[in-house]
Ligand binder design. Structure first.
Ligand SMILES: O=C(O)/C=C/C(=O)CC(=O)CC(=O)O
Ligand SMILES: [Ca+2]
Ligand SMILES: [Mg+2]
Length: 407
């Protein structure tokens, strides 16, 4: 068992086997720098690297994670072992203690410079629920759905860190019965609880990345809320897909959990009931599903618990699919899993499904109900995955509050 000399509760989501990376500032030192979460503290990784004469000072004494992410899997593993040694070997205690900040004193920032952004659509439950709601006269799943992970490219410049206020978007909306579209504030503002994958090592234009090379390219995992304006989306999306109904803001959690911290979380994905093409075929290989238990809270009240392990398409298949045409990867590329919805109502990761487009509103403890989000509402998504020895690997949270439209 790996133990740290720091006082860290045994059930801390940020124990010694997690060590997620982020970027922080403090009031005393407003320089953005890399931090590692440990218990109730943030370790100033660049400062400890300097103090201990680490070979990796150049990668850790940086304003964001991109240089470390670009360095590749072998370096990720070495750096993680080095940080583990700082926190477990008494010899480093003085240098570490001088560079610990209480987590509540650290302001957390977007930890990496985002390259391209892709959002997938990988939950069979979510896809068939949305199919029924958006396209009641068609089959719930489109004919391509079980043959490839469906996705679209989103707007990377509007990816924001947890805590950023979300301004209610305005736009065109038109209900089927309306004669003409109207412009105005979104009336059906929604969330999508998702898991995000951060690309570290890039790839060459023209060369697909194999599914089996997922761990060489993906640096880590965080949580995503893909805010969605359902009325804008419903009117605009045919025939090219999501556009302004999604691009106003996408929130991400500030801690990137390294893939190495998820060694105990891999699980078999659901059975493939349609034979996948060879580049997607993962039957009989090391399991690429992840057992991440998600919670969605509205104004502090848990409204849903989406189970990531039920996702039909895995992150490895998504990476293979997104590059199968030869599209290259760059350090900082980011892709979201798609809304995580399990088979049960209380496992759905969006209000459009939870309330069946407003038909069955969610009841809150204060006696109010919600079909969609109101100004002032705050949504917080948290998650954990199994770690070694009965511990939990925490992802922290992605939270955001709705503020009135400015349009
Ligand atoms: O079915 C549709 O037309 C639209 C689906 C979505 O809005 C979902 C989306 O963004 C992808 C996902 O998160 O699963
Ligand atoms: Ca989405
Ligand atoms: Mg979005």
């Amino acid at each position: 068992m790996t133990t740290t000399w720091l006082p860290v509760a045994a059930d801390s989501p940020f124990g010694i086997r997690n060590l997620p990376y982020g970027v922080f500032t403090t009031t005393e030192d407003p320089t953005p720098r890399i931090g590692v979460a440990i218990g109730d503290f943030v370790l100033d990784a660049g400062a400890v690297a300097q103090a201990t004469g680490s070979d990796h000072t150049g990668l850790l004494d940086a304003a964001n994670l991109n240089p470390l992410m670009a360095a590749g899997r072998a370096v990720w593993t070495t750096v993680r072992a080095e940080i583990t040694a700082w926190l477990t070997d008494e010899a480093y205690r003085r240098d570490v203690e001088a560079n610990l900040v209480p987590r509540q004193d650290a302001a957390l920032h977007l930890p990496f410079e985002v390259g391209d952004y892709v959002d997938f659509y990988a939950s069979e439950h979510h896809a068939s629920n949305l199919g029924q709601i958006f396209r009641p006269d068609s089959e719930p799943l489109t004919p391509n759905w079980k043959h490839m992970p469906i996705g679209y490219h989103g707007r990377s410049g509007t990816i924001v860190v947890s805590g950023t206020e979300i301004v209610r978007p305005s736009g065109q909306r038109k209900a089927p019965a309306d004669a003409a579209p109207a412009y105005g504030p979104c009336l059906r503002l929604d969330i999508e609880a998702e898991v995000g994958f951060v690309v570290g090592k890039g790839s060459e234009l023209g060369s697909p990345v194999a599914r089996a090379d997922f761990r060489e390219h993906v640096f880590g995992v965080c949580l995503v809320n893909d805010w969605s304006a359902r009325d804008i989306q419903a009117w605009e999306y045919v025939p090219l897909g999501p556009f302004l109904g999604k691009s106003f803001a996408t929130s991400v959690s500030p801690w990137v959990v390294p893939l190495d911290a998820l060694a105990h979380a891999w699980v078999e994905p659901p059975a493939r009931d349609v034979e996948p093409l060879p580049y997607l075929d993962d039957r009989g290989s090391t399991p690429d599903g992840l057992d991440i238990a998600i919670e969605v809270a509205l104004n502090g009240h848990v409204v849903s618990r989406p189970p990531f392990r039920t996702m039909y398409w895995t992150a490895a298949q998504q990476l293979a699919h997104m590059t199968v045409n030869g599209a290259s990867l760059r350090t900082g590329d980011f892709y979201a899993s798609g809304t995580v919805s399990g088979p049960e109502r209380e496992e759905r990761g969006a209000f459009i499904e939870l309330t069946w487009n407003g038909r069955d509103p969610v009841k809150l403890p204060d006696g109010s109900t919600r079909s969609y989000l109101e100004d002032g509402d705050e949504v917080a998504i948290t998650a954990t995955a199994p770690g070694p020895d009965g511990t939990r690997i925490g992802f922290g949270e992605v939270a955001g509050r709705i503020t009135p439209t400015r349009g």
